[in-house]
Design a protein around this ligand. Structure first.
Ligand code: GLP
Length: 240
């Protein structure tokens, strides 16, 4: 697609088609959408909000990740991000949203319970994802096992630098750790759609698609997924 808006429109419509052809079954009553944060999915959420308001879609959400070390109501927590950019705009019933709690007393237990929650809703039908400039998916930083599941992850220096813009460019304010679904958790989704836009993602996109499957570019694991789609704008394709 030519622009970020067109990418968002395309993916939003694509997800709506999937939701509308979803057939409920025992233990899997709702379409389950895996959701990322970041600037790339914003046009997708904008399109889904339009469709939701027109009464065209309904779904359950499982979020990808959350920072550890900042309160849930911090302006840059992923909890705040999701409510501000998506959930509050569609007035979704909070019982249909699921986010990792980066302030849980027992973070290990929180991660284990999250995997169980994903199973309990019947698995993820479609995981929407973005990509980090270092090729990560969710917060699966370079070096993550491609078999990983939801866990605590120390953020790579490149990610901390990248995300500094959201914390008034104050490097010290950026959380050092996060909870994230694992690469295998993403691979377990029935379908994965990756939104990749902007010149700053060109290198990561080419490594992910044209390099081999490897744990230094964790998004490359999608090469082995039977049903993965990458939707990008012109800028992101410049290294392909
Ligand atoms: C964070 C998120 C990722 C996201 C990435 C890219 O690291 N954990 O899920 O893909 O940011 O964000 P952006 O789309 O703003 O470049």
């Amino acid at each position: 697609r030519d622009t970020k808006t067109e990418v968002g429109h395309y993916i939003g419509d694509y997800i709506a088609r999937r939701i509308n052809t979803f057939v409920p079954s025992e233990g899997h009553a709702n379409f389950v959408l895996g959701c990322p944060t970041g600037s790339s999915p914003l046009p997708v959420y904008a399109r889904l909000v339009e469709l939701y308001k027109a009464g065209k879609v309904s779904f359950k959400v499982i979020n990808m990740d959350e920072y550890v070390g900042i309160p849930r109501d911090h302006p840059e927590s992923y909890h705040t991000f999701m409510f501000k950019n998506f959930f509050s705009l569609i007035d979704i019933d909070p019982k249909n949203t699921n986010l990792l709690d980066g302030n849980a007393e027992d973070l290990y237990q929180e991660c284990e319970a999250y995997e169980a929650k994903i199973k309990a809703v019947g698995g993820i039908d479609l995981f929407l994802g973005g990509i980090g400039a270092d090729g990560h998916i969710a917060f699966n930083e370079p070096g993550s096992s491609l078999k990983s599941r939801t866990r605590i992850k120390t953020l790579a220096y490149e990610t901390i630098l990248d995300n500094c813009r959201f914390f008034n460019n104050d490097l010290a304010a950026v959380p050092r750790m996060a909870l994230t679904v694992g690469v295998q958790t993403v691979l377990d989704a029935r379908e994965v759609v990756l939104v990749v836009t902007g010149q700053n993602k060109a290198l990561a996109l080419s490594q992910m698609i044209e390099g081999g499957v490897n744990h230094m570019v964790t998004a490359s694991a999608l090469q082995s997924h039977p049903w993965a789609l990458v939707v990008c704008d012109e800028d992101a394709t410049s290294e392909l």
